[in-house]
Design a protein around this ligand. Structure first.
Ligand code: KPL
Length: 336
């Protein structure tokens, strides 16, 4: 299968690099072999560096390796790909997907691995052409990565990636994609209860991202600092209540364990929201805590902790949006 990764932030680069290193290797099953990978992003020093010297992935052990990755800024280069994995910031979904519209077919599988809620519907609307649109599937990942300099990313934490369909059980194609990702070194499962995974990851992001961004700390501190841990629990408790109201079977104990696991597994990582506020880039607060607040309103549930996170992060963004100055080049997700 030929796979395009949309968004050359840290996570997009990690997925593209791992898959590119698997090209030509036998897959778990012949249909899950990776035949080609293209990384599509905005013109940037990072993309230029990848084109010149390959993508360097630094492992947690300190070992590193440069992998040749075909990197492009041309939407037309995505033509012919069977699978398109979207890893741009939530607020950039429509803008990143629209140029791809002429090059995708009704058979293309588009998978969002973005943070937050609402990405699949934004992609579906942006990709609609003459009443036809590709399949857009849901996914979440708890892998952690950071971009440290152009052409270099650090794989800060090995997590798990889950893929699923919105209303139907998984199909063979999704299983093949999950196998392709797993054999490239990114542990991936195709699941029938993807909404549960999406809400669990939403709770993880809703707790870790704004707290790390506001406190200016690495992910690990969320589970080691008692005050931040209590705040994370307050945020997560509300997300679970709202998730349950939407009909998703999630459980607070499981969500709190996931927050501690992710905080530990990606311990040295600065969350994407912390990097955003440090580099003056728009954050994903609206797709994460803001989306929880909107859903809560529909179900008449009070979510003061999520409201507070949303207001504080928006205020922080307001300060740098009024006075733009960050170069935004070291962000972790936006198409770059
Ligand atoms: O998704 C993340 C993010 O930073 O956006 C986590 C999992 C919290 C890793 O940092």
């Amino acid at each position: 299968m030929r796979i395009a990764i949309v968004g050359a932030g840290a996570m997009g680069s990690l997925v593209a690099g791992r898959l590119a290193a698997a090209v030509g290797k036998p897959g778990i099953h012949p249909d899950s072999a990776v035949d080609g990978v293209v990384l599509y992003g905005r013109p940037s020093a990072h993309l230029d560096a990848i084109r010149g010297n390959g993508l360097t992935i630094v492992e947690r052990s300190g070992a590193s390796r440069a992998i040749p990755v075909s990197a492009t800024t041309e939407a037309a280069d995505v033509e012919g790909c069977d699978v398109v994995v979207v890893l741009v910031k939530a607020w950039a979904s429509a803008e990143a997907a629209a140029p791809l519209r002429p090059y995708l077919t009704r058979d293309t599988v588009v998978i969002t691995l973005q943070n937050g809620l609402g990405n699949a519907s934004a992609l579906r609307s942006a990709l609609l052409r003459d009443g036809v649109r590709p399949h857009v599937y849901l996914g979440v990942t708890t892998q952690g990565a950071m971009r440290t300099e152009p052409g270099v990313i650090v794989h800060t934490g090995s997590g798990i990636t889950a893929l699923g369909r919105r209303t139907n059980p998984v199909n063979t194609q999704l299983r093949d994609i999950a196998n392709a990702m797993t054999s490239s070194g990114l542990q991936t499962v195709a699941v029938d209860d993807i909404h549960r995974w999406v809400w669990r990851k939403l709770a993880v992001n809703a707790a870790i991202n704004p707290l790390t961004a506001l406190a200016g700390v690495e992910n690990s501190v969320i589970s080691t600092d008692p005050g931040l841990r209590a705040a994370a629990e307050a945020v997560a408790r509300e997300v679970v209540a709202v998730g349950k109201a939407t009909g998703v079977k999630i459980d607070l104990k499981e969500v709190l364990a996931a927050i501690d696991d992710v905080a530990r597994a990606t311990g040295d990582n600065r969350s994407s929201m912390l990097v955003d506020v440090e580099t003056g880039t728009p954050t994903e607060i609206d797709a994460i805590n803001g989306a929880v607040v909107s859903e809560a309103r529909r179900h008449a549930i009070k979510v003061p902790a999520n409201q507070l996170m949303t207001a504080l992060v928006r205020a922080r963004e307001g300060r740098y949006q009024a006075d733009p100055g960050g170069d935004g080049d070291l962000d972790t997700g936006a198409i770059a």
